[in-house]
Design a protein around this ligand. Structure first.
Ligand code: GTR
Length: 391
């Protein structure tokens, strides 16, 4: 009986230790980041050319195999249907387009619904912000009855940019029981049997690339200036989308935290074990091997940002969102600077994280830590626009 109680207490103690998250900077363990510039064969990379030829493909594969899953590139055909075209909106300042992107493979298909506002003012084609929407669909209301800071279409249009969005549920439901019912079962069932097969976040990123396919056909849009944007789980996705699809001109990752822009090895706030337990349907099976073993990962998140080089990246955090580790995000960007340096891009970020509400906006890196909660607000968007105008 006593033995039983002791056993239960021990079990409880180890369970709560696993759940306990560290928010104390002094308790961040000493860690060594994998060298982004050294190939697995030990070769040191010294030029952008060698990075792209030797190391970049290797790092991309490491992320596919250990975290986000393989990104399928083949499909049989793709069709774009404009269900609404050139509908004047916003007192004539913009036109609304709604597009259904249908992708076919092995006689099956999926549909991605895109909402797009194009400003009427600047000469076309215009650059566009594409939001990977992981929140309610009403945040991107095409009728503009509901206006949301999460996707402030009027503000973006007034600044001369187009704004677009699609919803993640068109690709994979954000649910551990049903995530496979979208593109995974329909188009890529083989991925479900692979330990390095993609799951929901891979599927959402795949969707962003299919919307990119559409932009390449739309004469209103400058497809060389597509900025992919995501918040939180959507921000993990925008990074992954930009990392593997080099057609995206820039990436905005808002409060993306663990397995987004924050360094895993700091073990600050959310950890890999926690994210894999709560959201087993986001990352591939192999990633589960790194629960409580951050230092065994062959990558860390600075290498994900490096995959986007030399393209611009803006990462944000919120002061009360310690769960997403604002400092870890800043440090990941700093640790990606050596890859940008291969393209002669000088460090634009200060040595230490800037204060709250003090955006640092360079031509390649943008970072801020907004006062407040985990969210994406007009403040954040205002800075994304400033950043986009800069580059
Ligand atoms: C949290 C999760 C975070 C983040 C967030 C969100 O519960 O732990 O990694 O993705 O959800 O997407 O809002």
């Amino acid at each position: 009986m006593r033995k039983g109680i002791i056993y239960c207490l021990l079990l409880l103690a180890s369970f709560s230790a696993a759940l306990a998250q560290n928010y104390d900077e002094s308790k961040v363990p000493l860690y060594v980041l994998p060298d982004v510039l050294k190939t697995t064969g030990g070769k040191v990379i010294r030029s952008g050319e060698k990075w792209e030829k030797l190391r970049r493909p290797e790092v991309l594969r490491l992320f596919e195999d250990n975290i986000y899953g393989r990104m399928p590139v083949d499909y049989d055909s793709i069709r774009y249907m404009l269900t609404q075209d050139d509908v004047p909106e916003m007192d004539g300042k913009a036109v609304l387009k709604q597009v259904t992107v249908t992708v076919f493979r092995n006689k099956q298909s999926v549909q991605i619904n895109v909402v797009l506002f194009v400003p009427t003012q600047p000469r076309k084609p215009v650059p566009v912000f594409l939001l990977i929407n992981n929140r309610g669909k009403d945040n991107t209301d095409p009728t503009r009855v509901k206006k949301s800071e999460f996707w402030p279409a009027e503000m973006v249009v007034d600044s001369g940019f187009a704004i677009a969005a699609f919803h993640v549920s068109d690709l994979a439901p954000d649910d551990k029981e049903t995530y496979m019912t979208g593109i995974l079962e329909k188009l890529y069932p083989e991925q479900l049997n692979m330990d390095n097969g993609m799951k929901a976040i891979g599927a959402w990123a795949w969707g962003a690339s299919r919307v990119m396919d559409y932009f390449e056909t739309d004469r209103d849009i400058d497809a060389k200036k597509v900025i992919v944007v995501g918040h939180s789980r959507g921000g993990k996705t925008s990074l992954w989308a930009a990392a593997q699809d080099q057609r995206f001109a820039a990436c905005v990752t808002n409060c993306s935290g663990n397995t987004g822009a924050a360094l895993a090895r700091r073990q600050f706030g959310e950890r890999i074990s926690r994210i894999n337990t709560t959201f087993p349907h986001w990352f591939n099976n192999n990633y589960k091997q790194f629960n409580d073993k951050e230092s065994a990962l062959p990558v860390d998140q600075h290498m994900l940002i490096s995959l986007i080089a030399p393209r611009p990246v803006y990462a944000t955090n919120a002061s009360k969102d310690l769960w997403a580790d604002p400092t870890g995000t800043f440090l990941a960007m700093k640790a990606a600077e050596p890859v940008y340096a291969l393209y002669n891009i000088k460090p634009e970020l200060p040595k230490d994280p800037p204060g709250i509400n003090t955006p640092v906006i360079g031509s390649h890196f943008g970072y801020h830590n907004r006062e407040g909660e985990h969210n994406m607000t007009a403040y954040d968007w205002g800075n994304f626009i400033r950043f986009a105008k800069k580059f």
